[in-house]
Design a protein around this ligand. Structure first.
Ligand SMILES: *[C@@H]1O[C@H](CO)[C@@H](O)[C@H](O)[C@H]1NC(C)=O
Ligand SMILES: *[C@@H]1O[C@H](CO)[C@@H](O)[C@H](O)[C@H]1NC(C)=O
Ligand SMILES: *[C@@H]1O[C@H](CO)[C@@H](O)[C@H](O)[C@H]1NC(C)=O
Ligand SMILES: *[C@@H]1O[C@H](CO)[C@@H](O)[C@H](O)[C@H]1NC(C)=O
Length: 382
């Protein structure tokens, strides 16, 4: 090593005195190592300073001491998840979209969905998780589609449990390839074919995910989630997802990360107001398959009033213009909850092309059903 340095040095810097260039070399190596420790490899700015190949190349350079030693459970989780993601997905001759409804009881827009599904039998399946009262169904597509359900408390992991219950039921049908979570106040914005093609002809999941350093984001993180979940990996996103089959399977396979949220992400724990359904899936996917999710939800919701709950559209709001406005959005926008209110925008890229972001919208009040049925004949035609 010493010989090599001397040869190298004397060949390239013959004018420099030997001790001088050794000091320079040692200093350079020190600065490099200090930088490597200060900027973890996730920081993309650091990646580009040190490697033109980006993060992957840089990570290979890092000495392994910066990597935390995983617990047995983490190794198990990572091995299982990696193998599922690397395996060839089940190919179905007849791929279907699973529409999974999370509702307290009856679905006010069943008549609208009935019209939406009509003529597309065999390309979809319906699952209803009614957490309070047994629904009365008006549409044949919803008859006998109730799954065994349990109580759901807003903000608690019982919400995530209901999502998992819907996924488990929907996974039993091998033809289901995309799994869409919808609420009773959601409506479709396009006809069936458009939504079907949008979801089936892509291999990413539409899981909303962004970094919010403010009180409604990282402010809800608890250090008791350590060592597995670090604050740098904590993410936020709307609950309403559409997920590909492999992702639905890894959610089923996860016990480790889920149990951390179950224990430490509940309203009132440690004086924080952690909402499990807004953090579990975004954080989980950010950690295990960040490139596999779109980072935005295909369900539109209007938070512009900045209240605890999003805006509800009543009769006076439901117009052709409203639907046109929502379907013309092709940029995803997220704002942080700190004083900076930093706005993050990125184009909604579908297989590399910028497309409208939203296929569904909420929240619509039940009395708008007739107006929507009337509008639907207009806006849903291709
Ligand atoms: C996703 O699908 C595209 C083609 O639509 C393919 O080129 C790509 O390799 C796929 N990616 C993964 C991760 O399967
Ligand atoms: C989603 O965001 C992550 C960073 O958190 C990024 O690595 C990933 O590429 C993004 N997904 C898409 C489809 O752009
Ligand atoms: C249907 O769409 C046209 C524009 O294409 C619009 O002028 C008309 O008002 C719409 N009809 C209804 C019922 O909203
Ligand atoms: C639609 O968008 C335009 C332009 O942003 C806005 O002026 C209008 O109020 C919106 N209409 C509705 C019904 O949301």
């Amino acid at each position: 090593m010493g010989e090599l340095k001397i040869m190298y040095g004397s060949r390239h810097r013959p004018h420099m005195k030997r001790p001088m260039w050794i000091i320079v070399l040692v200093l350079f190596v020190c600065v490099f190592l200090i930088c490597a420790y200060i900027y973890p490899p996730q920081s993309s700015s650091a990646c580009y300073i040190f490697s033109s190949r980006g993060c992957k190349g840089f990570t290979d350079w890092l000495p392994p001491i910066t990597v935390r030693e995983y617990t047995d459970d983490e190794i198990v989780a990572r091995v299982v998840i990696r193998d599922i993601l690397k395996s060839t997905p089940i190919v179905s001759k007849n791929p279907k979209v699973a529409f999974m409804f999370l509702s307290p009881g009856s679905l006010p827009f069943e008549r609208l969905w009935d019209k939406f599904f009509q003529g597309h039998e065999g390309k979809f399946s319906v699952y209803v998780h009614a957490s309070k009262t047994k629904p009365v169904h008006l549409s044949r597509y919803f008859l006998n589609r109730d799954i065994r359900s349990n109580e759901v408390v807003w903000g608690k992991t019982s919400m995530v449990d209901a999502e998992r219950r819907l996924l488990t039921n929907a996974l039993q049908d091998l033809d289901n390839q995309q799994f869409v979570l919808l609420s009773e106040s959601c409506v479709p914005l396009y006809n069936f074919d458009y939504i079907y093609n949008y979801l089936i002809n892509t291999n990413i999941s539409f899981v909303d995910c962004f970094k919010d350093p403010g009180p409604h984001g990282n402010g809800r993180y608890s250090e008791r989630m350590l060592p597995e979940i670090e604050v740098k990996d904590f993410r936020k996103g709307a609950q309403w997802f559409s997920m590909k089959r492999q992702h639905a399977v890894i959610v089923m396979a996860d016990h480790l990360y889920y149990s951390k949220f179950q224990a430490y992400c509940q309203p009132g724990v440690d004086g924080k107001n952690c909402i499990a359904d807004e953090h579990y899936l975004p954080t989980f996917f950010h950690m295990v398959d960040p490139g596999g999710i779109a980072n935005w939800s295909v369900t539109h919701v209007d938070w512009s009033e900045r209240k605890w709950h999003p805006k509800s559209y009543g009769s006076q709001d439901v117009t052709y213009e409203l639907i046109k406005n929502i379907t013309s959005i092709d940029t995803s926008v997220h704002a942080t909850s700190d004083d900076k209110r930093e706005v993050q925008r990125w184009p909604c890229l579908w297989n590399g092309f910028q497309k409208p972001c939203y296929l569904f919208a909420r929240k619509f009040t039940p009395e708008t059903v007739d107006q929507l049925l009337h509008l639907f004949s207009n806006y849903s035609t291709p």
